[in-house]
Design a protein around this ligand. Sequence first.
Ligand SMILES: [Zn+2]
Ligand SMILES: [Zn+2]
Length: 261
Amino acid sequence: MKLRFLGTGTSTGNPEIGCRCGVCTSSDRRDRRFRASVLIETKGKRILIDCSPDFRMQMLETQKTASFLHLDGVLLTHEHYDHVGGLDDLRAFCREGAVEIYAEAPVAKAIRTRIPYVFRKRKYPGVPDLDLHIIENKPFYVSGIEIMPIRLMHAKLPIFGFRIGNLAYLTDLKTIPKEEYWKLQNIDVLVINALRPKEHISHQNLPEALEQIRKINPRRAYLTHISHHFGLHAVVEKTLPPNVSIAFDKEEVQVIPENGK
Ligand SMILES: [Zn+2]
Ligand SMILES: [Zn+2]
């Protein structure tokens, strides 16, 4: 299984518009971050998690090395704009039929409200063909790939993380309900959000993320959903435990499959 980081930034992206701080003006490409999203390739299938407002640019970048026009499914963690703002741009992937979207009922409702023209019976030509599947907190399949949702709390908002094989992608969480930890055993690669060193009401800060990583104990952990207050990539990475990396845009990671399958 291969994971590609399409975006690793928080809701504003890095650089932030108008900001002249050291991170926003850094010449290190790892400090430039699109909004958070990943593309997963496993068993010949392609699954997108979240569809950010930068999706179009993320796909143009990705397709410099691998051209494709099919996604097997799109998993949505929650309805905030930085995670769903690119849904309209999925139209490029609808040439051969609908794109399958997987979301909880409140997320699906929010999407229908935001892009109502996509879901009308009589559609304007060219609008994307999106097939919304309602998911609950139990395993489901996307083109034969088992997906395990994991309940996370984004302050008071319940959202989903996802486990696919030995990979867990957990973003925008502040806390994990204790009854969900059993789903995070034997993780090879854990992706988890770490906004910045300072506390935040709805996002984990760096110490909180490191504490979760210690608890979950994956082989490797990657930090994502990073703000310009995080510090320079090159500086902060030197302070991290050896099994923890800061993810960066366009980074690709191999996930060792379960039971060597
Ligand atoms: Zn977010
Ligand atoms: Zn800045």
